[in-house]
Ligand binder design. Sequence first.
Ligand SMILES: [Zn+2]
Length: 333
Amino acid sequence: MFNRYAKQRIFLGRDADESLRAKRVAVLGLGATGSVIAPWLARAGVGHLTLIDRDLVEASNLQRQILYGESDLGRPKAEVARERLADANSSIELEPVVADLTSGNARELLSGFDLICDGTDNFEARFLINDVAILTGTPWIYAGAIGGEGVIWPLNPPHTPCLRCLIEEPPAGGDVDTCDSAGVLGPTVGIIGSWAAMEALKVLTGKPPHGDLARFDFWNNERQFLKSPKSRCRFCTEKITEFLDARWSIKASALCGLEGVQIRVNPPGKLDLATLKQRLETRTRSPWKQAGLMLKGREGDDEITLFADGRALVHGPMTPERARSWYTEVVGC
Ligand SMILES: [Zn+2]
């Protein structure tokens, strides 16, 4: 009889293998590491995967984001990922979510899972995941890759330290290398994404993951295992969730590595895209195209994409300040 999991079952044993069918995992971020983690979990037969990403596929992604190809340019990553993974394994449940993680939606988006996998590239998101993990008792796997090196740290507060036991605050914007400043090699994210998926399979089948923060510099052949901090911070011991509790209204920020601006609203709204389409077509005297949960068009030299959750991406010369006021003017928050 055809059994797609036969080889895995020999290794894990029948019970552990079958237990994967009942597991629910959220993969937050389907960029470089996320597009390695998600396929391994889908092919291993994890019963439910929620695939969360805010971005559209861009040409500069293709060097390392192996879920996507040239024919996917301009499409939401979460939707493309769902299609690819459904082809890899049609027997599991896949839920794509095109959304940006904010303090307003993090708890809702990340609750109800056996595990959260970090496929993000920023500390803002990781501190939100950490807060949700503290509140809900959900294990999560911190995964980061930059240049030729990467970091993996499986966390499950209160059974393990939390992220803030080691790093109390997100590093300031200029203090950390990003994929923009340091670049990143494709194989780096391949190894780190695969390692995160390996730790995920341990967590999901009841085997303890490794407990240290592991940092490997693959390019310079160096490795480091940082022992977890012995003492626990007040945030995880007292369940203080400062990042979830934070509130902002409209925030505009320059996009990493691209000429563009992202606008986010918190808490996320519900935009009436059909009404906005009419309004924008009158305003810009040009056609706007609605496709599912997004609306796309041009104003002057800027290409603008609005999402139903209230978010917007602006590609072009518009500054964050100008984008913010454009948004307030047009969408009217
Ligand atoms: Zn802590």
